[in-house]
Design a protein around this ligand. Structure first.
Ligand code: AMP
Length: 638
């Protein structure tokens, strides 16, 4: 392709979206081709490929049977249990049908929700694909969440069935899932009719008679496991995935079927340059959007084998320390495309650099990193170590696939350190002034990164069960403009490269995991020793950010008695651990007599964050009680 081809490619996607996406739609199989490519008659809602009928599972599995039934489809490696197994497309087809038949036996039909709360085991992928096969809406909840977080998601998704397992494992430590699930179901107003369980033999499970079923027992009693794909409308819901925002209540990001399949197929070709028969390795988790798009659906739709990994990046097959495990897997499975997060690379940076040279990594063409800002030293270190391009990509749970990156499958554009790149085809990315809504067109002016509609295929359809929340949260935050706000600050340089400068809202990013500070605050204020709390994200060299909590104790002794403070801090930490999960646990909980607020009572989280990061807290003229920030400064400096 010519040197300027990405610019042309992008232009066509914006000027002639129907022709552009009609062409991309040919990358997948349709039972009935779409009658209409784009319908945006009711903005900001967009319908892609209306009239078309397709199925995600067909495109990920069945479609490949003719050519590659015996080729690897799912490679599962667990350094937690020392297990390693490859499923061919033919075997994957059988496994998925078995789960589909089991779900059917439990009464699951098209449009029913199935909540999946699973560790990184093949059964999790089978369950997702089985739902897609029968038109059930899956809702995967990250296995690191505990019962409180799980309960609120069960209540919102109202699943007919929950699919789970006895336990997960992290760093050799078994985490029993079943008691957490039982507690979540007890807390939730909605009760699922059935629970389908995989027993890994890691933790004892008590089965609730009539409700709980072991997958092996249920499958053994099935008359037939032949379950054909249900042809779905392109606009039918494929899944929801919860993400954090400004309020404590998580939002169910809802995606369609046809648009998502096309978006993933197109991204595998133009962005990831992944080819059929090759191996894709994403180190994410199925509970996050990257896992949905690029552990399960994307690579399989492209006819690639996907490597699903359970374990730490520093743990070997013998469960002993091994900082080279990922590179060993790249060599063994001839991985061509790898996807990870900057945090993971920062962990590996502490390992012996010789580990990068120990294995034959010649199959690898590129390493993609996403989820948080990629700092230059980390990018340089891994780029020099691997000798392949490191491609930063910026996106969100809401988008489902990269918004800003480099489309190496179209043109090899030069990367710039610190920038994920340029807007991807289909995305009209702009920088607006946060209060006037005016577009900032001069280079390097800081504003809010927004997307102008119509949003491309694969982008969220709406917030599950709440169109108003979708419109009000995302499309009405910039005055006078109906644009989608990413809630990220950014700038664009003179060459059109974007730089992302952090969130405009109360979302924090801990080790690439997106967490809402409000959800953590609500959990902490539920402790009966706490009167009030503020949680902020503070810069951390390894994890990007960590959560830091400042609480006003009900018993003022915790302010003066270090032993009391320590005990209360421990209790609060434990509460977050038990309710939300260890990912959300603050690094510290400090006690203060008052929190910095404006005179109208709004918490000054950004000022607290600035003080924690030893930055200037900015204009404090509206602050009620200046000593409150002073207390925080003393605690942090002390
Ligand atoms: P999530 O929805 O969990 O994928 O988190 C999305 C958020 O993570 C974005 O809104 C950004 O704040 C941040 N993010 C994701 N990718 C990048 C990136 N490549 N550079 C900077 N920030 C990123």
């Amino acid at each position: 392709m010519s040197a300027s081809s990405y610019a042309e490619f992008y232009r066509r996607s914006i000027d002639s979206p129907e022709a552009f996406w009609a062409e991309q739609a040919r990358l997948i199989d349709w039972q009935t081709p779409p009658a209409r490519i784009l319908d945006d008659s009711r903005p900001p809602f967009v319908h892609w490929f209306a009239g078309g009928k397709t199925n995600l599972c067909h495109n990920a599995v069945d479609r490949h049977l003719a050519q590659r039934a015996d080729q690897p489809a799912l490679i599962h490696v667990s350094t937690e249990t020392g297990s390693e197994r490859t499923y061919s497309f033919g075997q994957l087809h059988e496994e998925v049908q078995r789960v589909a038949a089991s779900l059917r036996a439990l009464g699951v039909a098209k449009g029913d929700r199935v909540l999946i709360y699973m560790p990184m085991i093949p059964e999790a992928a089978f369950a997702m694909l089985a739902c897609a096969r029968i038109g059930a809406i899956h809702c995967v909840v990250f296995g690191g969440f505990a019962s409180g977080a799980l309960a609120s998601r069960i209540e919102d998704a109202a699943p007919k069935v929950v699919v789970s397992a006895d336990a997960g494992s992290r760093g050799g430590k078994v985490v029993a899932y079943k008691p957490l699930l039982d507690e979540a179901i007890r807390l939730s107003k909605h009760k699922p009719e059935a629970v389908l369980l995989t027993d890994r033999g890691l933790a004892p499970m008590e089965l609730n008679p009539g409700r709980d079923h072991l997958d092996s027992d249920l499958a053994a009693g099935l008359k037939s496991t032949d379950v054909p794909c249900e042809w779905l409308d392109a606009t039918d819901i494929s899944y929801t995935i919860y993400t954090s925002g400004t309020t404590g209540r998580p939002k169910g990001v809802q995606r369609d079927t046809g648009g998502y399949a096309v978006a993933l197929a197109a991204s595998m070709k133009h962005i990831f340059d992944g080819r059929p028969g090759e191996t894709y390795f994403s180190t994410s988790d199925i509970g996050w959007v990257v896992g949905q798009s690029y552990i399960v659906y994307g690579p399989l739709i492209a006819g690639m084998a996907t490597l699903m990994y359970e374990g730490l990046p520093t743990q070997g097959m013998d469960r002993g320390p091994d900082g080279g495990i990922w590179w060993q897997l790249v060599q063994k499975y001839k991985v061509t495309v790898m996807f990870s997060a900057p945090t993971a690379v920062r962990v590996l940076k502490k390992q012996d650099p010789a580990l990068l040279k120990k294995y034959d990594l010649s199959s690898l063409r590129a390493l993609f990193l996403a989820g948080e800002p990629l700092d230059e030293p980390t990018a340089r270190w891994i780029s020099e170590g691997l000798g392949v391009p490191i491609i930063d990509n910026y996106w969100q749970t809401e988008s489902g696939w990269p918004i800003i990156t480099l489309a190496s499958g179209v043109e090899n554009k030069q990367a710039k350190f610190g920038s994920p790149g340029v807007p991807m085809y289909g995305y009209k990315v702009k920088i607006l002034h946060e209060s006037t809504g005016e577009e900032l067109t001069a280079p390097n002016e800081k504003g809010v990164v927004v997307i102008e509609g119509p949003t491309p295929p694969g982008f969220m359809q709406t917030v599950w069960k709440d169109d108003d929340r979708f419109v009000n949260t995302y499309w009405k935050s910039v005055p006078g403009r109906m644009v989608y706000s990413t809630f990220d600050w950014g700038i664009r340089d003179e060459d059109g490269y974007f730089y992302i400068l952090g969130r405009t809202d109360d979302v924090i990013n801990v080790a690439g995991h997106r967490l809402g500070t409000r959800e953590i605050e609500e959990c902490i204020s539920g402790h009966n020793g706490v009167a009030e709390v503020a949680v902020v994200g503070v810069a951390d060299a390894l994890k990007g950010q960590v959560a830091m909590a400042f609480a006003v104790p009900k018993d003022s002794l915790a302010l003066t008695d270090p032993a009391r403070a320590l005990a209360l801090e421990g209790e609060v930490m434990q509460r977050v651990n038990d309710e939300l999960g260890a990912v959300a646990r603050p690094a510290r909980v400090r006690f203060v007599s008052a929190l910095p607020k404006t005179r109208s009572g709004k918490l000054l989280r950004r000022a607290i964050q600035a003080v924690c990061e030893q930055r200037d807290p900015g204009d404090l003229t509206t602050m009620d009680d200046p000593t409150s920030l002073q207390q925080i400064r003393q605690l942090v400096q002390g």
